[in-house]
Design a protein around this ligand. Structure first.
Ligand SMILES: [Zn+2]
Length: 100
């Protein structure tokens, strides 16, 4: 699986589906479909293409998915705890633009 850094620019992104555990997100942008995941450095995308192409990638990922019990949903994480020296950039979540 080839993941590329997702650049949040250009056409409006619409996230319409979230996989189990919120690991992957199914999105549509500019008439193409893609799969998003939240990587260490921000959002990454894979499978950008037609519905059929992207859906094949999505299905593979969802099938290979392993539950991450240790991971807590981002909404539950506490903000503002600046204990260590690491400072991860705040990533605005594509879900903001969710349309239903
Ligand atoms: Zn899961």
């Amino acid at each position: 699986m080839k993941w590329e850094r997702f650049k949040r620019q250009g056409e409006r992104l619409r996230v319409t589906e979230t996989s189990c555990c919120g690991e992957y997100e199914w999105a549509c942008q500019g008439g193409l479909f893609l799969v998003l995941r939240h990587g260490e450095r921000g959002y990454e995308e894979a499978g950008r293409g037609t519905y059929r192409q992207a859906r094949g990638v999505w299905d593979d990922l969802v099938l290979a998915h392993r539950h991450r019990n240790a991971q807590v949903a981002p909404a539950i994480k506490r903000r503002g705890s600046r204990g260590g020296s690491r400072s991860l950039p705040q990533i605005s979540h594509p879900k903001e633009e969710r349309t239903s």
